[in-house]
Write a new protein. Structure first.
Length: 370
């Protein structure tokens, strides 16, 4: 009888279980009589390795029969030996259930892990009630798988259920973040490729038929872009209890979480402010020679303005002074002009009055007609 597993003793205390290819059941595992020989055979082989302290499970499988995987999971969990899982390429679907039975799971950096909802293949004719019953079986089967995943990863049940619903492919690093993998074996390399028809994923010479899956894995090396799943929206990573809360609502929160960045921003802003102030004072000094000292000092220190603004202030001050001067001149000349029959001593028009009028017209033009 062809088996999809093999046991061998590596030493008196360590045995190796190799599982490459599909996890399958030739006949239903829950049937009676001789049909039940397959689970009994695995249990028998497991017992024959003896009283070992450690079982190393080496796996490279796209998954297969969920009930076969559940039986193997139960038998491995019940065995007293320490279980160490090693992903020799790929662990997908039902194969992940076997990893969940291991105390420690190790994987090379470019290995693949995939979880999805259980599938049901049908042939024949069924009514609505039949389909409802089958949907119920799938739901209960998913709950059974989730029990194993929760025990292994420690993740929230709903988060795991969402990963399964999306048919999520993970790199070893991502699988470690979720808790499916415990250690990354950087020194080990996996030979991976995809056939041209995008159906078979070949890992260490084992071809995995992905025709039943909606998505396809990608992989990365040091010289390739980061891993990005095909046709799958990014899945939020599981939140760990020791992850710091990062809620930024004000400047104090920003300083708390990013002190170095805030210090850099403050230093940069201070340098810019010093340079701007230096340029402002320099510009004022360049035009201050013809202006009253009190106006210049006020512009520099009391009510700071730049050189352009100071020039406008000075121009307005000059215009105001000119108006005051003209008003004073008019006041001084008015009494003499109003004396009845009075004429200038030399009999000529009042020269001072003409000068005042000329200056007045000039200031009006300067002020735009005021």
């Amino acid at each position: 009888m062809s088996k999809f597993w093999s046991f061998k003793n590596l030493s008196a205390t360590t045995a190796e279980l190799t599982l490459y290819g599909d996890i399958r059941s030739e006949k239903p595992w829950w049937s009676e009589g001789d049909d039940a020989i397959y689970p009994r055979q695995f249990k028998k082989d497991l017992a024959e390795i003896g009283n070992v302290d450690e079982i190393v499970l080496r796996i490279n499988s796209r998954g297969g029969d969920v009930f076969a995987a559940t039986t193997i999971y139960s038998l491995l969990k019940d065995h007293p030996a320490k279980k160490t899982g090693k992903i020799d390429g790929m662990a997908a679907s039902a194969a992940v259930t076997l990893l969940a039975a291991c105390d420690t799971v190790m994987a090379p950096s470019n290995a693949q892990v995939m979880v999805h909802d259980p599938l049901l293949g049908l042939m024949g004719f069924y009514n609505a009630q039949d389909m409802i019953r089958m949907a119920s079986v799938l739901e209960k089967t998913k709950e059974s798988i989730l029990n194993a995943y929760v025990n292994k990863t420690g993740m929230e049940r709903q988060e795991l259920a969402d990963l399964m619903a999306k048919e999520t492919f993970m790199t070893a690093e991502e699988a470690k973040e979720y808790g499916f993998v415990d250690e990354i074996m950087f020194e080990e390399k996996v030979d991976v490729s995809m056939t041209n028809d995008n159906r078979y994923f070949i890992v260490n010479s084992i071809a995995h038929d992905l025709a039943d899956f909606k998505n396809r894995p990608q992989w990365s090396t040091k010289n390739e872009p980061p891993y990005i799943p095909l046709n799958v929206q990014p899945t939020p990573k599981a939140k760990k209890e020791d992850d710091p809360e990062m809620e930024i609502k004000n400047l104090e929160d920003l300083k708390k979480h990013f002190p170095d960045l805030c210090n850099q921003l403050v230093a940069g802003a201070a340098a810019e402010a010093v340079n701007a102030e230096r340029d402002r004072l320099k510009g004022i000094d360049e035009i201050a020679a013809t202006m009253p000292a009190d106006i210049v000092n006020k512009a520099k220190y009391e009510a700071p303005v730049n050189a352009e603004q100071l020039a406008l202030i000075a121009l307005k001050a000059d215009a105001a002074a000119g108006r005051t001067f003209m008003d004073q001149r008019r006041h001084e000349l008015t009494p003499a002009n109003q004396v009845p029959g009075a004429t200038p001593p030399d009999g000529k028009p009042d020269a001072d009055k003409e000068a005042v009028n000329a200056l007045s017209e000039a200031f009006k033009k300067l002020q735009g007609g005021e």
